[in-house]
Design a protein around this ligand. Sequence first.
Ligand SMILES: NC(=O)c1ccc[n+]([C@@H]2O[C@H](COP(=O)([O-])OP(=O)(O)OC[C@H]3O[C@@H](n4cnc5c(N)ncnc54)[C@H](OP(=O)(O)O)[C@@H]3O)[C@@H](O)[C@H]2O)c1
Length: 281
Amino acid sequence: MRTVVVTGGTDGIGKGLALHYLRQGARVVAVGSTPAKGASFLAEAASQNATFLRADLTSIAATKELLATIRRTCASLDTLVLCAQRYRLFGPRTTTREGFEHSFALAYLSRHILSHGLRDLMTPAPRPVIMNVGTPGVPLGRIHWDDLQLTRRYNGTRATLQSFRANDLLGVAFGELYGGEIRYVGYNPGVVSTGMPTHLPAPLRAAVRATFPLVATSVAKAVMPMTTLLEDPPAEAFSAYFTKRRLSLGGAAFDRDEAMRLHHLTQRLIDAGAPTLPSRP
Ligand SMILES: NC(=O)c1ccc[n+]([C@@H]2O[C@H](COP(=O)([O-])OP(=O)(O)OC[C@H]3O[C@@H](n4cnc5c(N)ncnc54)[C@H](OP(=O)(O)O)[C@@H]3O)[C@@H](O)[C@H]2O)c1
């Protein structure tokens, strides 16, 4: 039986994909931080093939615990979809349990840990695929190499955009490191009507919700091209899409050297378990 893990699988796009794969007869593990959302996902799924795992993916330790649980309970893994996200576009800089900037930790570090940490569980699957759902193809934001945790020039939009660009590079590095043994797809779903505005400040929340009927796709529609891609990803180790349009990997967002630089830096941060590295001897 096919096994699918979806982070952020209890809401929005992730939940749409999780329910789709349950209908297809797959075993689905949905990950989220709120038990009530997990319970409501299980009630809606009404399937013995559905599992909810609670994890706060802002934390490296919690992400590693999740890894261990998945490894203990799943003999192999076919499909990993990375959707967990909580935008903090406004307000003061916040840090996680281990001291990382919130967006860096949740939207990027957890995806790095899960992508690399589940790799050996996926390799034996017939057509393993990872989809990292973010905003490839949007030419905004950059990696702040001199201040990855944005301690000096924080604003929420800058932090969010940095985490998106880091995920573009995560896909490039994954493809470079492992070739096509697992297909890695960076995916931008466009504007999709989800609960995402719930966590925006009140005036913006109302404004975004008001525009959704005009510009946003429904979750049911948004997941259709995603499932097509997940069934038949391109042969290349890494590919990137904006809805159905395949993106060129020629731009700076997908620079190989920057990808490998970020990969090695991230590995060292994860090993240190803290946002600053011990100075090399
Ligand atoms: N919606 C759009 O228009 C749009 C556009 C471009 C890209 N995207 C990307 O698509 C993906 C899904 O977005 P969405 O709109 O479907 O989001 P959403 O409806 O807000 O759902 C987010 C999911 O992430 C989980 N989550 C949030 N914080 C978490 C944490 N600390 N630990 C574990 N899980 C956590 C949530 O569960 P809990 O609340 O229980 O934690 C929920 O299941 C994101 O990566 C987003 O960047 C969305």
